[in-house]
Write a protein that binds this ligand. Structure first.
Ligand SMILES: Cc1ncc(COP(=O)(O)O)c(C=O)c1O
Length: 398
């Protein structure tokens, strides 16, 4: 029998060490709860970084996998399948988009938007409209194009030169955006609520201003909703809190409830420039994964589900504000929906590590922001437990 230490030793011997993993092994999960190999129970307020929106082992996901497991698992994208077509329809009917391109992750979705934008500008007859504008605090992924749009220096620097022609403007600073976005810009990429960069919502006038500038210079506006989309920000789409629509939007993370899937949602104008052969992916939108994604999406996209997320958001915000008021280690709280950041005076990683001793899984977002991304299905009682465990953690760290 393989024990906890054997598993950790194998990982440290055979796996490329791109993560610093804590010395525990998760074995199973149920609802908002995770269990390790020693039988310890943790309240999962990270949701696998915004992936397990329906928590662990949700009936909707288990049943969708069971029902489709004996059907087609994979067939090439050279052929039609029903789940692929139906999921695309569902996503378009519920959003600004006219068409969808499926892929397998968030970085790949963002990578795709860069190709759409470059091709769109070229089709308009521009040969020099190749610039992309991204923002400070952004995170768009780890592949070379998406990484070029990611602000964090330590993620970029070892791999330079990255894809060229990306310029950064200050997030939430419209004057700076005005100066940076020019006729040379083919696309502007922004998270409506920045996740990794510190859980920072965009100001409404900022997103509205970006829309206006993009219209002025003929650039496509891309919303990266990989983290804040699909109910996480309290509305189905993060942009719905803003009264602004993009030309393209990227999704991944919770889209297939824990199975790997990404998507680029686009207007007809952006879609029309892409011809057969311009972009492709072997696995993307396969029948099993698309069936599961459809079940997850139609579960989240219900008025009562989203109203419940909103109600829990208000409740959690109140509890977190009270916690900040009582705790010298915390200086502020910001976020939306069930996506919250607590600003701390000490490294957030210390709080996250201590939280595990209190049976709580939470995340960092930047050096001094503790990030909470509980499953959207968390109950009010479980939110109380989350705050209780957080309070106990802060007391022991303090
Ligand atoms: C906003 C945003 N975009 C893109 C990504 C990259 O997604 P993936 O890890 O699936 O490539 C992330 C991941 O954290 C993200 O938060």
């Amino acid at each position: 029998m393989i024990n906890t230490q054997n598993i950790i030793d194998l990982e440290q011997t055979y796996v490329v060490q791109t993560y610093i993993r804590p010395k525990l092994v998760f074995e199973h999960g149920e609802g908002v709860w995770l269990y390790d190999t020693e039988g310890k129970q943790y309240l999962d307020a990270g949701s696998g970084i915004a992936v397990n929106a329906l928590g662990h082992r949700h009936d909707v996901i288990v049943n969708a996998i069971r029902e489709n497991a004996e059907g087609l698992l994979h067939v090439s994208n050279l052929y039609h399948t029903a789940p692929h077509a139906l999921l695309a329809r569902d996503l378009c009917e519920a959003s600004f988009a006219d068409r969808v391109f499926f892929c397998n992750s968030g970085t790949e979705a963002n990578e795709g938007t860069l190709k759409f934008a470059r091709k769109y500008a070229r089709e308009q007859g521009y040969t020099d409209k190749t610039g992309v504008v991204a923002f400070t605090g952004s995170f768009h992924g780890r592949t070379m194009g998406a990484l070029a749009c990611t602000a964090t220096e330590k993620y970029r620097q070892p791999f330079e030169p990255l894809m060229g022609d990306v310029t950064f403007a200050e997030f939430n600073d419209l004057d700076c955006a005005h100066q940076t976005i020019t006729d040379h810009t083919c696309a502007v990429i922004v998270e409506p609520v920045q996740g990794e960069g510190g859980v920072t919502p965009a100001a409404p006038e900022f997103l509205a201003g970006l829309r206006a500038i993009c219209n002025e210079v003929g650039a496509l506006l891309i919303f990266d909703e990989v983290q804040c989309g699909l109910g996480r920000a309290g509305t189905l789409w993060g942009y719905q809190g803003y009264d602004v629509t993009p030309d393209m939007m990227t999704l991944a993370k919770s889209l297939a409830g824990g199975l790997p899937m990404g998507a680029v949602l686009v207007t007809q104008a952006a879609a029309a420039v892409m011809q057969p052969g311009d972009h492709a992916s072997t696995f993307a939108g396969g029948p099993l994964i698309a069936s599961v994604a459809r079940a997850v999406f139609n579960h989240i996209n219900q008025p009562h589900f989203l109203a419940d997320v909103q109600a829990k958001s208000i409740y959690l915000a109140t509890r977190l504000n009270q916690l900040v008021a009582q705790t010298p280690l915390l200086t502020g709280v910001r976020g939306k929906g069930l996506m919250w950041g607590l600003i701390s005076t000490i490294p957030a990683a210390e709080i996250v590590a201590e939280a595990r001793h209190h049976g709580l899984v939470i995340l960092v977002a930047g050096e001094k922001v503790v990030r909470l991304l509980p499953p959207l299905v968390i109950t009010q009682q479980e939110l109380d437990l989350l705050v209780e465990r957080l309070q106990a953690t802060l007391e022991s760290v303090g």
